[in-house]
Design a protein around this ligand. Structure first.
Ligand code: HEM
Length: 206
């Protein structure tokens, strides 16, 4: 891929990823976040986190399907870090706007409300991934260990989806789309790995 195309695509990715935060800031400035601004911020940042995680998870299976898509790897870290950025904003929304910085309220929520417990678990799983996202950390850990550690992203996505289901009201099925997307992505990984191995074997035989 040409350098100019890559730079253009990266710029567009940054704009798209930042647009969620931009819309929220604009909504705050113009006082246009609806009747419950805290919920509007929690919903937007929560959804951005889970969808960005799904996009970053889609990159490996897509690359395995076609070598022409190898360039996508240049975007995986960006999507993963934006997912962490929104997860952090989401967590801070809870700490500041839902709990009013009260440690006692947070402790009680984590102990008593299972959807909060699951959200915290999802967030904690993302922390080591963000901390080891630098080239320096990859070199220090070694590729194999780094890959093993970064499988935690699947656990984080699963916890995120459970957290999503547990916070919606009974009968609401809005988390269905992201659940199906993540299920396909989780299955795609072993399937595309198998297809890749089969292709390699066929090439050797030929
Ligand atoms: C410290 C960790 C977390 C806490 C305390 C937390 C808390 C919350 C709260 C309070 C809500 C809004 C519930 C309501 O007002 O009814 C929410 C919604 C949500 N959270 Fe989290 N969360 C956390 C981590 C995460 C993570 C890591 C993800 C994604 C992987 C996530 C995804 C979502 C989604 C998708 C929604 C619902 C959005 C919607 O209904 O439109 N959360 N969370």
């Amino acid at each position: 891929m040409k350098r100019t195309t890559l730079i253009t695509l990266k710029t567009l990715t940054w704009i798209a990823c930042l647009s969620v935060a931009g819309r929220l800031v604009w909504g705050m400035v113009t006082n246009d976040l609806g009747p419950d601004p805290s919920a509007a911020i929690a919903f937007a940042t929560g959804k951005a986190t889970i969808w960005l995680l799904a996009i970053s998870l889609a990159i490996t299976p897509l690359r395995r399907l076609s070598p022409r898509l190898n360039w996508l790897i240049k975007f995986r870290r960006l999507f993963g870090l934006f997912a962490f950025f929104y997860a952090t904003l989401h967590m801070l929304t809870y700490v500041a706007l839902y709990s009013g910085f009260s440690v006692a309220a947070m402790e009680s929520d984590i102990a008593k409300r299972r959807f909060i417990t699951m959200g915290v678990a999802a967030y904690l799983l993302l922390v080591p991934l963000a901390l080891t996202s630098t080239t320096w950390a990859i070199r220090k850990l070694g590729g194999k260990n780094w890959n093993r550690l970064h499988k935690l992203v699947y656990a984080a996505a699963i916890c995120g989806v459970i957290h999503y289901w547990w916070q919606v009201k009974t009968g609401v099925i809005t988390p269905l789309t992201i659940t199906l997307v993540l299920a396909v992505l989780l299955l795609a990984r072993p399937v595309t790995a198998w297809l890749q191995r089969r292709k390699a074997r066929a090439a050797v035989t030929a």
